[in-house]
Design a protein around this ligand. Sequence first.
Ligand SMILES: [Zn+2]
Ligand SMILES: [Zn+2]
Length: 345
Amino acid sequence: MQAPCPKCGQPSDGGLCRSCLLNLMEPLSRPDLVEVTVCSVCGSKLVRGRWQISERSIEEMATDAACESLCIHKDLENPELTVNLSRRGATRYAARIGLRGTFKGLAVEESCEIPVRIKLTACDRCSRMAGKYFEATVQVRGSSTRPLSKGELDTCRNMALSMADSGHRSGDQLSFVQEIKEVKGGLDIVLGSSQLGRQLSRAIQERFGGKLVESSTLAGRKDGRDIYRTTALVRFPRLKKGDIVLFRGGMYTVSGFDGKRTMLLSLSGNRRKVMSDEDAEQVEVLGNRSESQKALVVAVDRDAVEIMDPESYQTAFAPRPQDFEVVPGEEIAVVRTAKGFVVLG
Ligand SMILES: [Zn+2]
Ligand SMILES: [Zn+2]
């Protein structure tokens, strides 16, 4: 049923006509100003009170924020939005917004400009890092008879950096490495959170074995809660992965650690043994798999392999590991030890 529009008198389907409705409708609502808070050190962005790692540039963040601040009328059909950002100052931008669409069959076009302000500050993490904040120290130590190698120190260093990074990526603002100090006998790794300290010390012990001793002291109060500082000492064991040992009449390599226990694998690779802490302190170490050399096999019998010494070119004998199959003319991996050559199965 047709009735005149109460506003303009044109024919209408009841109530206001389409053009009067269109005049009343606001296709686009927007705030007067958009602010984006960005860390000037690491580029993180503050989103609803939480710092988030961002790979976006300041311009991209300003554009995103302008778009996110818009509210497009729900009855607008096929909306199309365009944004053009221009710089107005060191930390000021203007986002020129264009909107097209249709409303009850009528074309709608609207444009506006939104000022965007970038607030540069330091995020929680960067300000704590700058303030030398720390909660945990992981002390990595060898001993006088078992100094740590450069490779082991580098591994611990890299583990700390990558664990801190993944903790940060999963949202822990305190997951950072404050400092890595080379000290007598090892490393002191100073960390932003005690949780990271616990994770790192366990991961190092899992990888290299040895003993882990943790302690904590009350360092003060902050925001009404006690702040503890934890120290985790990881004392590397005498043995390391790949060591070749003589244990209960057989030759084994150290394959890994399970807490205080040392896992062994026979040279031929088919028998496993677990060695106690006490045995690990006393067992005879012949060498390490990492020192292996290639040697040519000259002859083979049931119990021994005759090889050519890769340095002196003299022939030498090595015990043949159980079930080790080899024929003359092949090259095999051997380790030179005080007890002669050892064949790696
Ligand atoms: Zn009307
Ligand atoms: Zn930051």
